[in-house]
Write a protein of this length. Structure first.
Length: 283
């Protein structure tokens, strides 16, 4: 009977009827990255389109997500990804009631420093126009950009959700590591370490990662520094993250949460967190 129930749950997960997401409250037990994703994981990315089938099965549970409050959500695409790749998620968020928008700069060509500056200008304008902070959702390198905007202007950012985003090592723990100058990788990694040490991100931050990621080493996605970071593991390829229903539901749930729903945990090490009692936002 136990095996039968387990098989039934597994089948429901594969079909999208059941979530495969797992919350991690203590990332200290997770390993550190040692290199890029394996060749096997990279090859598995070719089957990413199959994730779309789970969206259909997940329709009932996606429909029960909390309604949005209308605040602005900016979606930032991943490396070399056109802006349209985030259109399905943005459509879902609009249906929930959010003012979900693309970042407005087309394809992410891979210049995070420049892009962080121009997204910052846009976010400051949106926050000023709407009278409230903006939420940021970033896929891969898009998440790196979202993190830097939140780091420099926490007053204008309500919440950040990243998926498949490397937070340590620069490009060293990604599938493109071999094509990048090793010296440039070291410089990027050291810069990230310095920023995290001197100015950790001070807004609620949700890190979504997958052990099946064939583009970014999943261990490199773990944020062990930001005091308000929480982590959720899903089961998806990197390319499939944008159409994974578990990712969509995580984004919807986090956007609906109060901006003070996370508090840094005392005495549990960096990267740990506790949930605060839910309070209605006064904004």
């Amino acid at each position: 009977m136990t095996r039968l129930l387990a098989a039934g749950r597994a089948a429901m997960s594969v079909a999208g009827l059941r979530s495969r997401a797992r919350d991690w409250s203590d990332v200290a037990v997770l390993p550190h990255p040692v290199g890029p994703p394996t060749s096997r994981a990279a090859l598995a990315e070719l089957a990413s389109g199959l994730a779309a089938g789970r969206l259909l099965g997940a329709t009932p549970r996606l429909a029960t997500a909390p309604r949005g409050d209308g605040h602005v959500v900016v979606d930032i695409p991943g490396w070399k990804a056109p802006e349209i790749t985030g259109a399905p998620l943005r459509g879902y968020l609009r249906a929930l009631g959010y003012d979900a928008r693309g970042w407005g700069f087309g394809t992410n060509t891979g210049d995070p420093r420049r892009d962080a500056e121009r997204v910052t200008r846009m976010v400051l304008e949106l926050a000023d126009d709407s009278g409230q902070p903006v939420s940021l959702v970033g896929w891969g390198l898009g998440g790196v950009i979202a993190r830097e905007v939140a780091r420099t202007h926490p007053e204008a950012v309500r919440r950040v959700v990243t998926y498949g985003t490397p937070v340590v090592g620069g490009p060293r723990f990604t599938a493109v590591a071999r094509a990048i100058d090793p010296k440039a990788s070291v410089v990027a990694a050291r810069m990230a370490e310095r920023l995290d040490a001197e100015s950790p991100i001070q807004v609620p931050l949700t890190v979504v990662f997958s052990r099946r990621d064939g583009v970014v080493s999943w261990q490199a996605c773990i944020d062990r520094v930001s005091p308000y970071a929480d982590h959720v593991e899903v089961s998806s390829t990197h390319i499939g993250l944008g159409i994974d229903p578990d990712v969509w539901r995580i984004v919807a749930d986090r956007l609906a949460a109060s901006s003070d729903s996370l508090q840094p945990a005392a005495g549990r090490g960096r990267g740990a967190y506790v949930r605060a009692p839910s309070r209605r936002m006064s904004r």
